[in-house]
Structures are given as C-alpha cells and as structure tokens.
Design a binder for this molecule. Structure first.
Ligand SMILES: Nc1ncnc2c1ncn2[C@@H]1O[C@H](COP(=O)(O)OP(=O)(O)OP(=O)(O)O)[C@@H](O)[C@H]1O
Length: 742
C-alpha cells in the first residue's frame, strides 16, 4: 500500500512538473514564478525517487494498541490526518530511536523492518513493555537500539560511498541530530562514533523542521577535502534533502579554485591569526606616500603634491576608519581639495595683497576640472589604488619589499616561506586570506554593478542577434506570401530584445545553494563543519562571517587534529566568537572500529594525551590486527604481498593502504603492480577496490580492511604525527594490518 501511494505521489509530481515546464508566463514575475515551481517539482521528483530502497524501516506498537510506521519520508492516506508513514524526522517518530525498556514512552514494541526492493525480507523486534506476555518470545536487546539492524549495518561491506543511518540512529546521536537550531553546538567524539553521519542527518532534520528559514538562507556543510565531500555527497539526497551547499574552506571564495599544493608548514603560517594584521599592513603599504613631490600637468598649468600633503590626506582618511577601497573616494576629495586650493591661490591671488579674488563657485569649478583630468586620476590611482583581494595577497607574496613591510611579526624564515611567484594558482590556505583581504578592502560593488550592466547589454545584443536571425529566416520560412499574411505570429512580434535578454537570465534561475555559492557575503541559516578540528584560526574567521547568527554545528575530534594550525581545544577556537556560549555533546561509541583494532589505537591515543578516553567499540570481530616488522629494503615486496593477500580476503569490500606522504611516490608503483585498478593521487576514486592514500586524505573515510605502512615514519613526518597515526589506525571496519620498518 505504501509503495502504491508512493507511485501515485511520483506520478502526480511528474505530471505537475510537466505542466509547469509547459507553462510560459508573459511578465518577468510570472516567469520567475514558473521557474520556482519547476524547481519545487523537480526537487519533489528527485526526493520521491531517492526513497525507493527501505522506504519503511520501522514500526512502533503503542500502548493503546495502535501502531505507527516510520520511514524515510512521510506519506499520508486519503486525508492528511491519516499518516500511513511517519517521516523519521517527525516528532512522533522520535520514540523509534529513544524508547527503551526503562523509559518505553508509550511504546510496547519496536520493530525493525528489512526490505529488499519492495519485499519485506526480515523483522527484528524489541519488546519494551517487559510485562506484556503476548509479546513473549520477541527479542529484547536493551542497551543499543535495534541491535540486530545496527550490527548488520556496521558489518556490511563498504562501498566507497557513505550511506545513511536513518534505520539505526542511536539515542546519543539522536540528541545531537534533533538539538535546537540556535547557537553553537560542538559534537566531540572519537573515530567512528558517527560524527559525520550525525552531521548529515542533522542537516536533513533541520531542513525538515525549520524549512521556512533554511530553504531561503540555506545550510552550508564544510568538509576537509573534495574526496571526502564526494564520499558523503550521496547521503543527503537519500535522506531526501537537496539544497545543502557542500564545500571545503578552499572553495568558499567565489571565483577561486584552490588547487595549489603547499607544505603543511606554510599552511600553518597562513592559518595564524597574525595574518589579519599582516594583510592590514599589506593594504596600508599600498596607500603610498612618495619621498619626492609629485608634479601633475593639467591643461596649461601644473600642480604639485608634496609628500606632506599626501601624508596628511592619507592620515585624515585613515582616521575615518573605512575599508581601503571604500575610503578611496574620501582620499580623492582630500587630494582634489588640496590641488584646487593650490590653483586658486595662484590664479586668484590679489596682486594688491588683498583677499583671494576667487569665490567658492570658482573653487568648485576647479575641483570638477581636476577630477576630470586623466593625469590627476592616474596619480590618485597610484597613491591609493583600488585593489582586489587577489592583488593584495598575490602582490604581497610576490615581493620581498612588501613582505618585509607587512610581516614584521614573522621571523625571517617564515617570511621567506611565504615568498612565491604570482603564477601557479591558489592554495586552500590562501582562501581565508583572500576572504580577509576582501573584508579589509571593502566590497566596492560599483565595478560589479558596471560589469552586470555590461553583461546585460551583451545579452541584449545577443538577443537582438537572435531576433535578426529569426527575422532574416522569415523570408525563407515563409516564402509563400500567403503564409506570412495568414495571421501567424512570429518571434519578433512577441518579443523585444530586452525581454529576450531577461529570459536568458531567467533561464538560469538559481537555487538557494547556488546563489549562496556565488555570493561571498552570503549569511547561511546554519553552518555545519565536519572534521572541524582541522580548521585554522583564519578559516574560522571565514566561517564565522558566513554565520553571523552563530547557528552552527561543529563536529570533530581534537585527538585527531593533523593540521598544524588546527584545534587542540574547542574553548580556544570558540572563545573569540561566542565566549563560553556554546554547547558540547559527546559521542562515546564507535560504530566503525572493532574492539580489537580500538585496543591498538587506544595505545596511540594514550601517547597523544593520557587523559583522553577512546570510544567504546560497539562490537568485536574476533580477529586480531596483524603487525609485521620488515627491513626497509624489503618494504616494497612485503607490501605487494600484503595487498594481494588482503584483496584475496576482501569479498566485495574495500581496502585502504595508508602510507606516509614521503613514501607515496615510491610505493605507488608497488600498489599498481599488486592491484592494477588501485586508485591513488590527489583525489582518488573511493569506489575502487583498493585505494592508496596519505593520512590527510584518509581523514573521515573508512575501508573494510586497512594496511598502515611505516607508522614510525607517519609519526615522524609531522609534529602532529601521533594524531595522524591514530587516524590511520581507526579507518578499518573489519581488518587492520601494520607494516613497520623501524
Ligand atoms: N547509528 C548508526 N547505525 C549504523 N551505522 C552507524 C551509526 N552510526 C555510525 N555508523 C557508521 O559508522 C561509521 C563511522 O561513522 P562516521 O564516519 O560518521 O564517524 P566519525 O565519527 O565521523 O569518524 P571519524 O572521526 O573517523 O571521521 C560509518 O560507516 C557510519 O555509517
């Protein structure tokens, strides 16, 4: 019955979409209305398409002998009070995740329903009302919610893409998912405790519960790298959600693609809070006061700007405390006034020694003329150039003199590390600097508006071209005069060029996420950050700007911090922005890492910080991790054999080979020889059976089986090496092997 209803809903949505697509409103408002209707039905068709598998996964039998079915979306019967299926995010569905024998909350029995395509293939019952004899014989698991379904999920082979956990959300996770929208919520949890899963489900929950606000303001979900974002990208649509913007911090500056590689040490310098002052100094350095007077020839005259005049103008403007670009008009006024006064003094001087003969109207005329002088404009541009963030940052790193002027708070070596030629693109750590520079410069949107107008003119010209072609082809299309006269309208009768241009623009109607992506100043309704421990202080500034209402969910683990400028304490990260006004939730159970592997990882964790407790593994596999010492010279051969052996045991799962960054080049051919289809490189395809990657790349990911190569070198490669090793050791869901050379 549910699927019949679903099919009906799909057919209805498809019909509505088709009708909307056919519609052609006349006015711009009507067209825009039509586009948003099309978008709404497209979303609906997509959403209904995504819930085919496991549409209904639970049933609650209640004390009053009624029952509720819980599923991926809500479905109603003939009237809207008749809920056939409850959306998992609905308040009434919550008991499915929270009810226990101790606090049954009106639930007698919770049933997990397993389906394959549209068939029910299994049931697991948990009796919560232990006094109910009629339910005797059903399994009662206590502790975990839906233990059988949970274990089936955590033991399933990995696919290289994350899947949703709506069927088996656990109580501590549910608390996070359904926490209030407002304020900053930090979710701290060890590896595999479901932080990423919870963050994604929270996004879906918030969009469901606060649709009004969030569909217009959007939700930004930040992850550590492109590989990771691809890994999680399909979870949201299957959770029936679209309209969340997934980005790395390196993608948050519109128009910049940050692909340049750079060392962790350089990234660390760029991530320091000191860079705010460095950039401010770099911009001040562009507000020039020359050593010599500047002569300007105007018509048949000549004026001179002394360094003292320029310095006085600059200081007065700086005191007004406006961002650099927005202060430029003020600087212009100062300089033009000074020049006009100079002219007036010369031209209007009374030969008899009386008062100046010129009046205010004459001065105004001088100023107007001076402003129109190209040479005056050129000097103003030189003294106080309007800058783009790219010019500031690239210009700073490309010049020893500028670096010396702006980085007095850095050491000589740090300054040298920042030095680079302007070509070669941007690195992820440059993006927060560009964003900061944009703030310091101030958005002078005159240029953008002029560009938009030019673009519109170009579109009108294009549209005129289209109309001309249409008009030109008329003589061919309608060679028969009678046809042309028979009252048929042609395109030129219906449209004028600028309407056609509007339509061009309308045709690209953007979703909230798309508009937000293109707008640096966008204020999101909610910001979710995964692997939040990795962000530098400069990156936090970017995210805080995107979240002026401070409605944020930050998930991470300070024991896993690998970035040198990453967080070691949430207090320290958040203090500058919200003081102590943030909430902490902790996740304590690892669903990924089996007990045997967690025991190995726990030793490394104790070395990172003996006060930290590792998460409790939800299960054991009975299989001990293997650990082998090989001579350095024999590493390649042994790795080859290990990959072949693990692949042999893999079934339809995935193997991850985690290697020190310094060994990637040497070991890549080894992996290729052992498994020709191995994925490696900057952005490996995780659906491949075997993936070779560094710890930084493996962050947040998981594989059925993992081989960690040369743990000592992983530790030695970075001051945060122990955390890196902890991450590497906790990526496996089933088997772990370690190859040591030391
Ligand atoms: N309630 C649950 N039911 C089923 N599977 C779960 C549940 N919670 C988490 N998992 C699974 O456990 C694995 C680890 O989850 P996830 O990647 O979200 O952990 P994490 O805390 O982000 O880990 P890391 O710190 O390593 O990034 C995933 O495969 C996830 O699907």
């Amino acid at each position: 019955m549910l699927y019949r209803q679903l099919d009906g809903l799909r057919a209805q949505a498809a019909r509505r979409l088709a009708t909307a697509l056919r519609g052609s409103g006349g006015t711009q408002q009507e067209r825009s209305q039509r586009d948003s209707t099309v978008r709404m039905y497209t979303d609906q068709v997509e959403r209904l398409g995504a819930v085919e598998q496991g549409l209904c996964f639970g049933r609650l039998d209640l004390d009053d002998d009624t029952h509720l079915y819980v599923g991926r979306i809500g479905i109603f019967g003939t009237d809207e009070h008749d809920a056939l299926l409850l959306d998992w995010r609905a308040p009434a569905a919550r008991a499915f995740y929270l009810a226990t024998a101790a606090t049954p909350d009106g639930v007698r029995r919770r049933r997990h329903i397993r389906t394959r395509y549209r068939e029910v293939v299994g049931l697991d019952d948990e009796v919560l009302d232990l006094t109910d004899a009629t339910l005797a014989g059903s399994r009662n698991t206590g502790g975990l919610t839906g233990e059988a379904a949970l274990l089936a999920a955590v033991n399933a082979s990995r696919t290289g893409r994350m899947t949703d956990i709506v069927r088996t959300i656990q109580a501590e996770q549910d608390t996070v998912i359904r926490a209030d929208l407002d304020g900053v919520l930090v979710v701290q949890g060890g590896p595999g405790t479901g932080k990423t899963a919870v963050a994604l489900h929270r996004a879906a929950y918030l969009l469901y519960t606060h649709r009004q606000i969030l569909s217009t303001r959007g939700v930004l979900l930040v992850g550590p790298n492109a590989t990771f974002l691809r890994y999680i990208s399909q979870v949201l649509p299957t959770l029936a959600e679209t309209g969340v913007l997934l980005r790395t911090v390196g993608e948050l500056f519109p128009g910049v693609t940050a692909t340049r590689a750079e060392s962790a040490e350089v990234a660390e310098i760029k991530g320091r809070l000191d860079m705010v002052e460095v950039l401010a100094a770099a911009i001040r350095d562009r507000e020039r006061v020359p050593d010599e007077p500047v002569e300007i020839n105007i018509e048949r005259d000549r004026v001179v700007l002394t360094p003292a005049t320029i310095a006085a103008a600059r200081d007065r403007v700086r005191r007004m405390d406006r961002p650099h670009n927005l202060a430029r008009p003020l600087f212009d006024i100062e300089i033009i006034h000074a020049l006009a006064d100079q002219l007036a003094e010369r031209i209007g001087a009374d030969p008899l020694g009386g008062e100046n003969l010129l009046d205010e109207a004459d001065l105004a005329e001088f100023r107007r003329e001076l402003r129109a002088e190209p040479e005056v404009q050129a000097v103003l541009d030189w003294l106080w150039p309007v800058l783009t963030p790219q010019q500031v940052v690239a210009g700073l790193f490309a010049s020893d003199t500028r670096l010396a002027a702006a980085t007095t708070n850095l050491t000589e070596a740090e300054r040298a590390a920042l030095r680079r030629e302007p070509r070669g693109g941007w690195s992820p750590a440059d993006v927060p600097l560009l964003d900061e520079a944009a703030e310091l410069l101030g958005e002078d949107d005159r240029a953008a508006r002029a560009r938009a107008e030019r673009q519109r003119q170009a579109e009108i010209e294009y549209a005129e071209g289209v109309l001309e072609i249409a008009a030109g082809s008329k003589s061919i299309d309608f060679e028969d005069e009678a046809d042309a006269e028979d009252g048929m309208l042609d395109v030129t009768d219906l449209l004028v060029a600028d309407q056609l241009a509007d339509r061009q623009v309308d045709g690209e109607q953007l979703t909230t996420a798309e508009r937000a992506a293109a707008d640096r100043g966008w204020a999101f309704g909610h910001v979710i950050v995964d692997e939040a421990q990795e962000l530098s202080p400069m990156a936090w500034r970017v995210l805080m700007r995107r979240s002026p209402n401070r409605s944020m969910t930050l998930v991470g683990d300070v024991a896993q911090t690998g970035a040198l400028s990453g967080a070691l304490s949430w207090d320290r990260v958040l203090e500058p922005y919200v003081g102590d006004r943030w909430r902490l939730e902790e996740l304590t159970v690892s669903y990924r890492t089996p007990a045997e592997i967690m025991a190995v990882a726990a030793k490394v964790l104790a070395e990172i910080d003996p006060t930290l407790t590792p998460p409790r593994a939800v299960r054991g596999t009975g299989e001990q991790p293997w650990d082998e010492r090989v001579p350095r010279a024999g590493l390649a051969d042994r790795l080859d054999a290990a990959i072949r052996a693990e692949v042999g045991q893999l079934g339809d799962g995935r193997l991850g080979v985690i290697v020190p960054a310094g060994l990637v080049d040497e070991l890549a051919p080894v992996a290729r020889a052992a498994e020709p289809e191995v994925a490696l490189g900057d952005d490996p395809e995780l659906r491949s059976r075997v993936v070779m990657l560094t710890v930084a790349q493996a962050k947040g990911l998981e594989f059925d089986s993992v081989v960690v190569v040369d743990p000592e070198l992983i530790v030695a490669e970075s001051p945060r090496g122990r955390s890196d090793l902890y991450v590497a050791l906790t990526r496996a869901t089933q088997r772990l092997g370690v190859l040591r050379t030391g």
